[in-house]
Design a protein around this ligand. Structure first.
Ligand code: SF4
Length: 448
């Protein structure tokens, strides 16, 4: 067992270094060979603002940087500066002491740590050095573990292929151009263009450093030895399952829904950035369920249910075909050529219900995709503006149900109880896990 540094003991009470695959990583850093694959290049394509011409060679002038979408520009430069520091460091997986709330398990240890002023315009909280970033995050709304990656188009260092054409770094108000693709219909109404995960709390140093480290580690191992990533993730999920008491949730009392699954959220930030990555997750989920079935544990017999919203379907038939093959359902239309690469990577999901992929609508006020419509057997989600929602409610249940059959009640809940565990489910009982367990409901998350 390797020695534990005092620094880590002070921060997270880490007791054990996990010697999984750190040597190869260290050698790559030493040799200067640690690189992200094309998908994850952080803002390199951004460079200095272009004076003219669009991505597709159009003649319209791009606006100078200072007139662009301030939030996305700031995020792109922040990620670029932060990534350039992370990539120079040794990244080890360490095991956080068991029972350390919330969700003891694996964490990344960066050596040397990141100075509080690594990115001067976005310092760490309190200016403290940061060296440890959890493999899994937590989310107070969903009250469960989450796995998060950087959100947004590849060109701002994000992991969301479906954001292309729906996220703009130039002003949409004064005729600026998107940095990628062509604007879909009404760009201002594209949900990705108002993505919560490229601003507010997700912009914090600690959140971005964690997401970028996860992305770097994932890309590194999927590019070299996917089995390392898969087996590490399986082990990490098992550790979390063994600490199921941290997953909370109301149980047992009358008027309260018992928690039938252990909910796990994939991508409260980010998306499936490649077929290989998505297939690796399916393999992890298959193995976790196999393990649960073989173990027949008593206190943790509730199956882990993974829920992942995705906008990958918006890129076209290949991703739709990938999901269809994953679930063994009929493939949507499309040419063999388009589907070829996707089908080469697809892994079949063995246990139904253990991974619920919900396709997300592209624009605010679009109807949520129906089951089977874009490759997933599960219903999708949408985001309806408050005003439109009021109109639909007035028009009647049928009108509203054409858009979504259930409106997430979390934000209607009382102050201090804005979580799935405190929200009413469709059966009226407290404790909603619709997104994990009811694949037939199309869900609306109200846009404010
Ligand atoms: S619909 Fe229910 S399960 Fe889904 S996020 Fe809202 S409260 Fe949670």
């Amino acid at each position: 067992m390797a020695a534990v540094t005092g620094h880590i003991e002070g921060q997270h009470d880490t007791v054990e270094l996990v010697p999984l695959h750190n040597e190869a990583h260290r050698a790559a850093v030493d040799a200067g060979a640690l690189e992200l694959p094309r998908e994850a290049l952080v803002a390199q394509a951004l460079g200095a603002p272009k004076e003219e011409g669009s991505e597709k060679g159009g003649a319209t002038k791009l606006k100078p940087l200072e007139t662009a979408h301030a939030g996305l520009v700031r995020m792109a430069w922040f990620r670029s500066a932060l990534y350039n520091e992370i990539v120079k460091r040794q990244i080890d997986l360490v095991k956080v002491k068991e029972n350390a709330p919330p969700y003891g398990g694996y964490a990344f240890l960066l050596q040397p740590g990141l100075d509080g002023n690594t990115v001067p315009w976005n310092p760490t909280a309190g200016g403290r050095e940061r060296a440890v970033f959890k493999l899994f995050s937590t989310n107070s709304k969903m009250a469960c573990p989450t796995w998060d990656l950087p959100a947004g188009v590849y060109k701002i260092g994000g992991s969301c292929p479906g954001a292309d054409g729906g996220q703009v770094i130039a002003s949409t108000v004064k005729g600026g151009l998107p940095i990628v693709g062509r604007p879909e219909r009404v760009l201002e109404r594209a949900i990705c263009n108002a993505c919560y995960a490229v601003g507010s709390g997700y912009e914090r140093f600690e959140a971005q450093a964690g997401e970028l480290t996860r992305m770097l580690w994932t890309s590194y191992w999927l590019g070299r030895d996917p089995e390392v990533w898969i087996s590490t993730m399986v082990a990490a999920v098992k550790l979390v399952v063994n600490e199921a008491r941290w997953w909370g949730g109301p149980r047992g009392k009358s008027g309260i829904n018992p928690l039938t699954v252990l909910p796990f959220r994939l991508h409260s930030s980010g998306d499936f950035f490649s077929f290989q990555y998505a297939a690796a997750w399916v393999e992890v989920i298959n193995r976790v369920r196999d393990w649960q079935l073989a173990e027949k544990r008593t206190s943790e017999t509730r199956p882990v249910a993974f829920w992942a919203p995705t906008r990958t379907w918006a890129t076209g038939y290949a991703w739709q075909a990938f999901w269809a093959a994953t679930y063994g359902i009929e493939l949507p239309h499309g040419s063999e050529r388009e589907r070829e690469s996707a089908l080469r990577h697809a892994v079949k999901l063995k246990h139904s219900g253990s991974l619920v992929i919900r396709p997300s609508a592209f624009h605010f006020d679009d109807p949520a995709p129906k089951p089977g419509e874009v490759g997933s057997p599960y219903a999708g989600s949408t985001s309806i503006y408050k005003q439109r929602l009021a109109e639909l409610i007035e028009e009647g249940e049928e009108a509203l149900h054409a858009y979504a059959t259930y409106t997430c009640p979390v934000y209607a809940a009382g102050k201090g109880s804005k979580s799935c565990n405190a929200a009413p489910a469709p059966n009226g009982k407290i404790g909603c896990r619709v997104c994990w367990v009811d694949g037939k409901q199309t869900v609306n998350y109200v846009a404010h």
